[in-house]
Design a protein around this ligand. Structure first.
Ligand code: SAM
Length: 321
């Protein structure tokens, strides 16, 4: 994580090496063989949030994660979207992903959640310090561990989650439908007095270095939850650690807690995705794959004079309309 923050924005766009070459190097090197062996007994904790709360408390200046300036270049849909689009940033940390989105489009609203209250405090402070226009109307945050709990109903009610959104109404308005079980019919009832039952879901959901922090056995549930709060046609933007990233290869054997899954010294977890695993997760819950690839970047540690091969997975997935 510490190296990630030192890489300049432009470097994130290059394809410095071929992932298949890296794979061949790693899989033929006996010193890395323990990373490849099957792991039968996973020892992941039941919840990941406590370690993250400790992490955010320790990094109390909130400056540990830098603003992700490359985000809009990697995900230009966040720039070209309609006015009044809504974005949900899941696992917002101290606001590194939220900030560039709020700055880029003054009519975009950002909803952000994290499982750690401490993270949310840092995010709120960083966003207040950034002096962004109308931010109090455009930024809303809440605490949620999306791997074990649903997103709040005010974001997307049960009816919006199951896609029964009336398209001819203003985009934020959802109609409540009553199901008459005995007659098998649907009748609509008027929305609340302010014209809304809920937000009607979001246009974009960003998962930036968050899913890797969720235990693999809960990832599918977490991704399904993301699917459910997107509007039909909405986009999920994904970026996370890729298989054979340098940070994976630095873990010692005793740090393994599962296959491609490691625990850092501070107790936070990190999973390393290959494209097949990412595809299975997102397509498996109903997303359409629009983009999915490795980003392979050579980064030089000038102090040590060492070149490091960084690997991230970049994905863009759409909820069917
Ligand atoms: C590596 S940080 C990424 C932060 C941010 N997305 C960014 O772009 O910098 C991962 C964040 O996810 C949060 N997180 C981890 N597991 C979570 C979960 N199950 N539900 C919600 N947030 C979670 C952590 O507290 C942490 O702030």
């Amino acid at each position: 994580m510490s190296i990630e923050k030192s890489v300049a924005a432009d470097e994130y766009h290059s394809k410095d090496f071929d992932w298949e070459d890296l794979r061949r190097d790693i899989e033929s090197d006996p010193s890395f063989s323990f990373h490849l062996s099957p792991f039968l007994q996973s020892s992941s904790p039941s919840s990941d949030s406590q370690a993250w709360s400790h992490f955010h408390s320790r990094h109390s200046t909130g400056k540990f994660f830098k603003e992700r300036r490359y985000l809009l270049k990697e995900f230009p849909d966040l720039l070209s979207c309609d006015d009044y689009s809504k974005v949900l940033e899941v696992g917002c940390g101290n606001g590194s992903t939220v900030l560039p989105i709020l700055r880029a489009k003054e009519k975009t609203s950002v909803y952000a959640c994290d499982c750690s209250v401490e993270a949310l405090e840092r995010a709120m402070q960083n966003i207040a310090d950034a002096d962004i226009e109308n931010v109090i109307y455009r930024y809303h945050q809440f605490c949620c561990d999306f791997s074990v709990a649903q997103f709040p109903k005010w974001l997307a009610c049960d009816l919006c989650r199951t896609k029964r959104v009336e398209k001819s109404l203003p985009y934020y308005t959802c109609i409540k439908y009553e199901v008459n079980e005995s007659e098998g019919t649907l009748t609509s009832s008027p929305p609340n007095k302010d014209g809304r039952c809920c937000l009607g879901g979001v246009d974009f959901l960003t998962l930036i270095f968050t899913l890797s922090a969720v235990s693999p056995e809960r990832m599918m549930t977490a991704v399904r939850e993301c699917f459910s709060v997107l509007k039909p046609g909405g986009l999920l933007l994904f970026r996370d650690y890729g298989l054979y990233d340098m940070t994976m290869l630095r873990f010692e054997p005793e740090k393994r807690v599962g296959f491609r899954h490691y625990m850092r010294a501070d107790g936070t977890l990190s999973y390393f995705f290959d494209l097949v695993c990412a595809r299975d997760l997102f397509v498996g819950v109903g997303f359409i794959e629009l983009e999915l690839e490795y980003c392979c970047v050579k980064s030089v540690n000038r102090r040590k004079g060492k070149s490091m091969r960084r690997v991230w997975v970049h994905g863009k997935f759409q909820k069917p309309s």
